[in-house]
Design a protein around this ligand. Structure first.
Ligand code: DON
Length: 573
C-alpha cells in the first residue's frame, strides 16, 4: 500500500482556506478586463496587465519572436503587476515552435541549502502557518531571472538588451496604477511597513494611492539595468545578490550567496496527452499541473459531456469525482522529480485513470475519506499570473509565473526594489497539514535542502491535427489545474469561442476538503439541488481562475481570451 495522506481535521482546513481565499481573491478579483474576440493574423499577447500586453506586442512588431516577447512581458509584469509579476519568484514555460518542436522550462524556486523538513513546526510539531507565508523565511531561491536568461539564450532573436529595456522604462519613468492596484496597495500599507521598516516604492508615505497615481520604482529600474548588463550574474551575483543576502540577515531568512549562485533553471520534457483527437502539451513536475490535467482529461473522456451540457448535474458530478481522485494522487505521488521518484508513466496511463473512475456511484457523492491515492506498482525508472503569446511565424509560449500569495512574502529587498516570494508554503510542511490553498501532501513534497516545492501551475499548449490550436494557463493556486481543464473542455466539448470559454463560470474540487467550490451562477439551481441531494457539498465563493488564452481559428487567425475577472488584456496585430 502507498503512503496515504490522512484527511485532516476539517475545521483546520476550512480555516486555512478562508484565509487563503482572502489572499487569493486579491489576486483574481478586479474591474472587468477588456475583451477581445477579434481575429488577428500576425500575433497576439494576452496578459494580466495592459502595459505588459503592450510591451509584448511592441516586441513582436519589432520582429521579435514569441520568446523575446515572453521575456519582455515577464520583466514588464515584475514592474506593473507586482502582486505576481516578478523577478523574486519563479515559474514555468511551455514552448511550441511553429514547426512543432516542444520544450518546457522549469524556473521554479528552490529551498535554500539550509532548509530543513521541520523548519515551520513548533516544539509540539504543529505548523506555524505565518512562518511559511510571510517574511524572510517564507522565500525560496528565486528562479525567474535564470529562467528568462535560459529561454532567451535558446530561442531569442532580438538582443537581451532590447527585451529587458521596456521594463526598465516602466520602472524608471513610472506607470499609472489601476483602481484595483491602488486599493490593494492601500490595504497592504501597514503590513508592508511592518515587514519593510525602511519603506518600499509600493508604500505611499505622503498620501494614499489613487487610480492613475504614478508608480515609479527607481531601485527596481537599477536592478533591471544590472540584469540587462550582466545577464544572470546581474541578479545572482554582485550588488543584487549582496542586497538579497543582507535582507535575509536582517529578517533571519536562510538564503545565502551560494544558494543564489547555484540556482539553475532546468529544461524538461513536456508532458503530452490526447483528448478527443487533440494533443495537449503541458508542464511536467516540479509542477503537478500537467500530470493532473492529463489525468482529468483521461478520466472524463469516456463520458458524453457535450450531450449532457455545460455544467449540467451529470457533467459536474463526473468532473468532481475525477478531480477528487486526481487530487488524492497529487497529494501522495507528486513532488520534485530530482528528489522523489514521481510515478509519471503510471499516472498518465489511460487504463489507470479509467479504473480510478470505475468505483464512483451515480446515486451518491463518494466521500473523500473513502478515496485514497491510487496504488502504484513498483518503482519507475527514471498571486501568480499567466500570459500566452503567439508570434508571426506561429511560435507559441505559455508562461505561468508567481510569487505565490499576492505580493509574495511582502519582503521587498532593500536597495534592489523587488518583492521576494513566499513559495516555501507550497511544500508540505507536515504530512496532511494543508497549505494556504488547502492542499495537503506528504513525503513526495516534504521540505529538503535545494528541493523545488510542488506547484499546480499548468501552462499548456493544445494541438489539433499537428497544428497549433490553443495556448492557455491561469493563476489560482490549487484551482489552476481545474480552471485550465474547464477552459479546454469549454472549447473542445462545449464549442465555446475562446473569450466565452475563459469567462465561463467555474467550479473546483480538490479531494480535501470535501467541498465543491462554485462561482456564483456557475451551476443552475436545479442542477445544484440534484447535486446537493446526492451529497455534494457546494460552497459558493469568489472568482475562480484568471485565464489568459489564445486560439488559432480554422482560418489561421488568432483570437484572444482575456479573463474579465481582472484587468487582463488581449492585444493582437
Ligand atoms: O505554484 C503554485 O501552485 C502556487 N504557488 C500558485 C499560486 C497562485 O496561483 C496564486 N494566484 N493567485
Amino acid at each position: 500500500m502507498q503512503k496515504i495522506i490522512k484527511p485532516l481535521i476539517k475545521f483546520k482546513i476550512t480555516s486555512i482556506l478562508v484565509f487563503s481565499f482572502v489572499v487569493f481573491t486579491s489576486c483574481v478579483t478586479g474591474q472587468l478586463g477588456k475583451r477581445n474576440n477579434e481575429d488577428f493574423k500576425n500575433g497576439m499577447v494576452v496578459s494580466a496587465h495592459p502595459e505588459a500586453s503592450k510591451v509584448g506586442i511592441e516586441i513582436l512588431k519589432k520582429g521579435g519572436n514569441a520568446v523575446d516577447a515572453a521575456v519582455a512581458v515577464q520583466f514588464a509584469l515584475a514592474v506593473v503587476y507586482p502582486n505576481a509579476g516578478n523577478i523574486g519568484g519563479g515559474g514555468f514555460m511551455v514552448y511550441r515552435s511553429a514547426k512543432g518542436e516542444v520544450n518546457a522550462l522549469d524556473f521554479r524556486e528552490k529551498a535554500s541549502a539550509a532548509a530543513s523538513r521541520d523548519m515551520y513546526l513548533d516544539a509540539a510539531g504543529n505548523p506555524i502557518v505565518e512562518k511559511s507565508l510571510y517574511g524572510h523565511l517564507a522565500a525560496g531561491v528565486p528562479g525567474s531571472v535564470a529562467g528568462m536568461v535560459e529561454a532567451h539564450k535558446k530561442y531569442g532573436k532580438l538582443s537581451w538588451k532590447e527585451v529587458v529595456q521596456p521594463a526598465i522604462d516602466l520602472a524608471e519613468k513610472g506607470f499609472e496604477i489601476t483602481k484595483r492596484q491602488a486599493s490593494e496597495l492601500n490595504g497592504l500599507h501597514r503590513k508592508l511597513m511592518d515587514i519593510n521598516v525602511n519603506g518600499t516604492a509600493l508604500v505611499n508615505l505622503e498620501s494614499t494611492w489613487q487610480e492613475r497615481s504614478l508608480l515609479i520604482q527607481t531601485e527596481l529600474a537599477n536592478t533591471l539595468k544590472l540584469i540587462q548588463q550582466k545577464g544572470r550574474a546581474g541578479f545572482y551575483e554582485g550588488a543584487v545578490a549582496d542586497a538579497i543576502v543582507a535582507e535575509m540577515q536582517r529578517g533571519k531568512g536562510l538564503m545565502t550567496k551560494e544558494d543564489l549562485k547555484n540556482y539553475r533553471a532546468v529544461w524538461r520534457k513536456p508532458i503530452t496527452g490526447n483528448y478527443r483527437g487533440y494533443k495537449v502539451i503541458t508542464m511536467p513536475p516540479t509542477s503537478s499541473g500537467g500530470i493532473a490535467l492529463i489525468q482529468l482529461l483521461q478520466s472524463v473522456e469516456p463520458y458524453p459531456l457535450n450531450r449532457w451540457g455545460h455544467n449540467s448535474d451529470s457533467t459536474v458530478q463526473v468532473i468532481v469525482e475525477a478531480e477528487r481522485r486526481v487530487y488524492a494522487d497529487r497529494a501522495t505521488h507528486l513532488g520534485d522529480p530530482d528528489f522523489y521518484n514521481v510515478p509519471q508513466k503510471q499516472l498518465l496511463n489511460l487504463d489507470y485513470n479509467k479504473k480510478r473512475m470505475a468505483d464512483f456511484n451515480w446515486s451518491a457523492a463518494t466521500p473523500s475519506d473513502k478515496v485514497l491515492a491510487g496504488v502504484i506498482k513498483g518503482k519507475e525508472s527514471e498571486e501568480t499570473t499567466h500570459f500566452s503569446i503567439v508570434d508571426h511565424d506561429g511560435n507559441a509560449v505559455s508562461i505561468t509565473t508567481t510569487l505565490n500569495g499576492s505580493y509574495g512574502s511582502l519582503v521587498a529587498v532593500k536597495g534592489a526594489g523587488f518583492l521576494l516570494n513566499n513559495e516555501m508554503d507550497d511544500f508540505s510542511v507536515k504530512p496532511g497539514a494543508p497549505n494556504m490553498y488547502g492542499l495537503v501532501g506528504g513525503e513526495a513534497n516534504a521540505i529538503a535542502p535545494n528541493k523545488r516545492m510542488l506547484s499546480s501551475m499548468t501552462p499548456s499548449i493544445v494541438e489539433k491535427d499537428g497544428q497549433l490550436f490553443m495556448v492557455v494557463g491561469t493563476p489560482g493556486g490549487s484551482t489552476i489545474i481545474t480552471s485550465v481543464f474547464q477552459t479546454i473542455i469549454n472549447v473542445i466539448d462545449f464549442n465555446m469561442d475562446i473569450q466565452s470559454a475563459v469567462a465561463a463560470k467555474k467550479f473546483h474540487h480538490q479531494w480535501l476538503p470535501d467541498e465543491v467550490y462554485v462561482e456564483k451562477d456557475a451551476i443552475d439551481s436545479l442542477a445544484a439541488e440534484k447535486l446537493k441531494a446526492k451529497g455534494y457539498n457546494l460552497l459558493y465563493r469568489g472568482p475562480i481562475g484568471r485565464v489568459d488564452a489564445i486560439i488559432k481559428t480554422k482560418w489561421g487567425s488568432y483570437q484572444g481570451g482575456a479573463d474579465p475577472r481582472g484587468d487582463d488584456l488581449a492585444i493582437g496585430y
